[in-house]
Design a binder for this molecule. Structure first.
Ligand SMILES: Cc1cc2nc3c(=O)[nH]c(=O)nc-3n(C[C@H](O)[C@H](O)[C@H](O)COP(=O)(O)OP(=O)(O)OC[C@H]3O[C@@H](n4cnc5c(N)ncnc54)[C@H](O)[C@@H]3O)c2cc1C
Length: 497
């Protein structure tokens, strides 16, 4: 008598942001039944676009960029075949308050000194500023205890010789965008990580990867077809009401908002941190430690301003604006070939940690941005604004406040079959696409481990240059490097760059 083989293990992923997508993308083609449930009508979560009725185009909720040091995001993009849709910027352009430009570009010399030439030539800092910043950078890089500090980064900076000028023009310019937090509320360890791992360890780590297509195409439409083609049951507009447990400490499946239940051997909760407690059914809540601590995690806003002009305004592809109201300007006509019909230009402006804008209405924010652009480029005064959008994401990222890392739970929970994923889980990275992808990879690794098919999915950091690794501590990075002696490193699928 032939016996029916048992059904393949089933995985339900709740949330179609980058964490959920990375989980799904690393579990396909392994004989698992995968269901991805997303409450919105599109995938991509916070890294997505909306349909703008006026232009008829996909417009990003906000510009998203990554850095070359984001090795797992790069791996994810290769895996799902969208790696060709990014443009690497070898240099970052700064426009100083006096209108002079400077470029941050790797010069001669090994890391960590590869950016010294650009730094010494930077026109938005004077010589005194540079000596002060150089001292602060050296102190930060060599301060191995920084990650343990519970003081706000602004206090650390003042203790280490920095003044208002260097904080506004240098430290704030780099870190407020990278961590989406104000210096006076920022965690020292995360700030150190940005400089050490992003700028100092490897010659290329600081370079930007800028999408050449809207986010909604990259992480929405393309991901949806890629996953469906590989048998993933992608269900949009499908909100999950609860993740359900059985009477033991195991997960049973999920109940949708429409009452339907979906049984599962594994459930990955890849939703924002403030949704988790309400999503777990009462039998599971007491079993997952750290839920109360999640209540202490706060959110930080980002404002994106989209401006369509009838004439070119910004002469660069992108620009960082130290000491200004606007932080970054991205020229989407140059970067993505959009908004240039009839000689016009489409700009995306980013203002990170935009707490000070929360009292302003959209018209006020638009006018403040226009005034800033007019001060940067006279062409902005002559150009007519033909269309605009202001989007403030109040919960853009978890706030990178002192001690926040201690609140971040691991992807594996004590509940059998239940995993967490999301940029807010314990990845060692700030709230970024890289952090989200890492969390998804770690959740997938946990599932495969439970199925006795261990695989090493998490990609290592960029190799540090020899001199940099001798001079700088690798503690931050090594803390999160898991020991996978037993497992083979999986090659990434899809075209390799
Ligand atoms: C304005 C802005 C600018 C940013 N800029 C950058 C940048 O330049 N670089 C960078 O690296 N990062 C940036 N980020 C951060 C980045 O977008 C996030 O870190 C990342 O996208 C988080 O992915 P996630 O999967 O963890 O969470 P999310 O993207 O929030 O995904 C969670 C998903 O779960 C879904 N969901 C929630 N509840 C349920 C439910 N009950 N049932 C089903 N689905 C549910 C949500 O709809 C959502 O799609 C930015 C974020 C914002 C908002």
């Amino acid at each position: 008598m032939s016996r029916t083989p048992p059904p393949p293990p089933s995985v339900v992923i709740v949330g179609g942001g980058l964490a959920g997508l990375a989980t799904a993308a690393t579990l396909v083609d392994r004989g698992l039944r995968i269901t991805l449930l997303e409450s919105r009508p599109r995938l991509g979560g916070r890294a997505s676009s909306f349909n703008d009725p006026t232009t008829g185009e996909l417009v990003d909720n906000c510009q998203h960029v990554s850095m070359v040091c984001c090795t797992n995001l790069a791996d994810f993009c290769r895996r799902v075949g969208i790696d060709g849709l990014f443009r690497r910027e070898p240099a970052i352009t700064f426009l100083g308050p006096d209108g002079r430009t400077s470029e941050l570009r790797a010069g001669i010399g090994p890391a960590p000194f590869h950016l010294s030439g650009s730094f010494l030539r930077a026109k938005y800092l004077n010589w005194r500023d540079k000596i002060r910043v150089g001292y602060g950078l050296a102190r930060l890089a060599l301060d191995e205890q920084a990650a343990e500090s519970n003081e706000p980064f602004a206090d650390w900076l003042i203790r280490n010789g920095q003044n208002v000028r260097t904080m506004v023009l240098f430290w704030g310019t780099v870190l407020v965008s990278a961590l989406n937090e104000r210096l006076d509320q920022m965690d020292v360890g995360l700030a150190r990580q940005v400089f050490v791992d992003g700028f100092l360890m490897n010659r290329e780590g600081f370079q930007m990867e800028v999408p050449s297509a809207p986010l909604g195409e990259l992480y929405g439409l393309r991901l949806e077809s890629w996953l469906r083609e590989r048998g993933v049951d992608v269900r949009l507009t499908t909100g999950v009401r609860t993740i359900d447990g059985d009477d033991g400490a195991s997960v049973r499946g999920v109940t949708l908002r429409n009452g339907e239940t979906i049984p599962a051997d594994f459930v990955v909760a890849a939703v924002p941190f403030d949704r988790i407690p309400g999503l777990l059914d009462p039998t599971l809540r007491p079993l997952v430690p750290g839920l109360d601590s999640l209540g202490q995690m706060e959110s930080s806003p980002i404002t994106g301003v989209h401006l369509w002009f009838d004439k070119p305004v910004c002469p660069f592809d992108h620009v960082v604006a130290p000491g200004r109201f606007v932080h970054w300007v991205f020229n989407h006509t140059a970067l993505q070939g959009r908004g240039g019909d009839n000689g016009g230009q489409y700009l995306q402006i980013v203002i990170s940690a935009s707490y000070d804008l929360l009292w302003m209405n959209k018209e006020m924010i638009r006018d403040a941005v226009l005034a800033d652009l007019a001060a940067m480029w006279p062409a902005a005064k002559a150009a007519t604004l033909t269309h605009w959008r202001v989007v403030t994401e109040h919960g853009a990222t978890f706030a990178a406040r002192p001690g926040v890392d201690a609140l971040r739970p691991s992807q594996r929970t004590p509940v059998d079959g239940l995993f967490l994923a999301g940029d807010w889980t314990d990845t060692g990275w700030p709230a970024t696409m890289e952090g989200a992808v890492r969390s998804g990879y770690l959740a997938s690794q946990g599932i495969l481990e439970d199925l006795d098919r261990p695989a090493r999915l998490l990609r290592p950091d960029l190799p540090p240059d020899r001199l940099a690794s001798r001079l700088l501590s690798r503690r931050t990075a090594l803390r999160f490097a898991p020991d996978f002696e037993e497992c083979a490193v999986e090659p990434s699928e899809g075209p390799q760059t």
